[in-house]
Ligand binder design. Structure first.
Ligand code: AMP
Length: 408
């Protein structure tokens, strides 16, 4: 028997779960509902519903949403599988939930008859698909693209999706939000190129695991991408971040399929709440942008002013100072200023570029061909009072002579 947290529940819990949205035409047997259906309950412990399986989830959860699409489309009765808010057991990190899923992640499905918990959305989906193969669509059409798209989605989109809403990097393997957002769009294009053109579903006539996996991510992307500075994210040839074919499929699902429509409303309700609380106000490239004027370093980066370049990669440029303060004097700058007019503007968004600048400075400081010897002075002037003249972060690497301390 599960031990549940002390959360008083009322019928309003259902509204909290659905973001206050009135659900449309789905049968009530498959609606998300609370651990208790009694509105008069003031009990301090919650009895789990007498369902065979309990799906622990949250309406806004992208990963959980795909399992709900399968449940809704198959119309799995609540006596078989009931959806429980993870908040009803005290949240992700509560002792109760960790005893159900030690990873503290959603969704997970607890089988009340065997006591076994299945975690991770794709695994839960496959469990539902095989356990309820006699109900509704199979989600496994005779088309290997379904598995391929679902797997691509999980490997290359799921792993970086936090770039759309989380405060700080890293986002999967990406150290900057811009790189991760561009990649997210690129991966959507890869999936759109895999789609069956006949439709209406991603893999053709039959709904599949690919649709269930990709749809919630497109709810996220279509809600969140418009919050970002589009010109920072799109290539010259790119017209939109969410590919047209995906956009059309997404709209078709919302317009024609009540299960997809219901999940759309569940997620959107949760996202609207995040928005109301100002979630994107402090997210870089969304609420926060670099609105400061360009500097002469932008002209150097654009090749409009000549510079003696000593080192360059995708993120940094290093060139000799035009007015050297030592026999060897190199400036190292980020190619993308990204708000770093000065060091004191740095935030956790800049962890990666700050590391890249320091490593480059360290490499330059030992480069004898540039006149560096044993010992260098690495300086960042922060602000006019400290002698900063160019408001595009730069690291001075000085060498080829002795230096005094304290500096003047
Ligand atoms: P700071 O005073 O810390 O802002 O450093 C700005 C540095 O940029 C100074 O050391 C200048 O000599 C250097 N600088 C200004 N214009 C150029 C240029 N066109 N090429 C290379 N270095 C420059």
């Amino acid at each position: 028997m599960l031990k549940f947290a002390l959360i008083a529940t009322t019928s309003s819990r259902v509204h909290a779960l659905t973001g206050g949205i009135r659900l449309k035409t789905m049968p009530t047997s498959t609606a998300i509902y609370s651990t208790t259906t009694s509105s008069s309950s003031s009990s301090s412990s919650i009895t789990p519903p007498p369902a065979k399986n309990l799906l622990f989830d949250l309406p806004v959860s992208n990963n959980g949403a795909r399992t709900r699409i399968i449940m809704y489309k198959k119309e799995i009765p609540e006596s078989e599988c009931a959806v429980i808010s993870v908040m009803d057991v005290g949240g992700f990190k509560s002792e109760e939930y960790l005893s159900i899923n030690p990873q503290g992640k959603i969704p997970s499905l607890k089988c009340q008859t065997t006591g076994v918990t299945i975690a991770e959305s794709d695994t839960v989906c496959r469990y539902l698909m095989s356990s309820y193969s006699d109900l509704g669509p199979s989600f496994q059409p005779d088309n290997p693209l379904s598995n391929e798209i679902a797997r691509f989605h999980d490997m290359y989109l799921t792993t970086i999706q936090t770039c759309l809403y989380r405060a700080v990097p890293p986002f999967g393997i990406f150290g900057t939000r811009k790189d991760a957002l561009k990649e997210y769009s690129k991966q959507l294009y890869i999936i759109s190129n895999m789609m069956d053109d006949e439709g209406p579903y991603l893999c053709g006539k039959e709904v599949s695991l690919a649709d269930a996996s990709v749809f919630p991510s497109v709810v996220f992307a279509s809600f969140m991408f418009p919050k970002f500075d589009q010109k920072e994210l799109m290539d010259d040839q790119q017209q939109q971040l969410v590919p047209k074919k995906i956009e059309e499929w997404f709209q078709r699902m919302i317009d024609t399929d009540v299960a997809f429509q219901k999940v759309y409303e569940e997620i959107s309700g949760g996202l609207a709440k995040w928005d109301e609380k100002g979630r994107w106000d402090t997210i870089w490239l969304a609420g926060l942008r670099d609105d400061e004027p360009d500097t002469l370093f932008d002209k150097i980066l654009a090749g409009e002013i000549p510079a003696s370049i000593v080192k360059e990669d995708d993120k940094i440029l290093a060139f000799k100072d035009i007015n050297p303060a030592a026999p060897a004097h190199v400036l190292v700058i980020p190619k993308d200023r990204d708000g770093l007019t000065r060091l004191s503007k740095s935030t956790p968004e800049h962890y990666e570029i700050l590391g890249r600048l320091m490593v480059a400075a360290g490499e330059i400081a030992k480069d004898e061909s540039l006149g560096f010897g044993d010992g260098a002075r690495i300086v960042i002037n922060d602000g006019a009072k400290a002698g900063q003249e160019v408001f595009h972060l730069h690291v001075h690497v000085l060498g080829g002579r002795d230096f005094n301390w304290p500096p003047g």
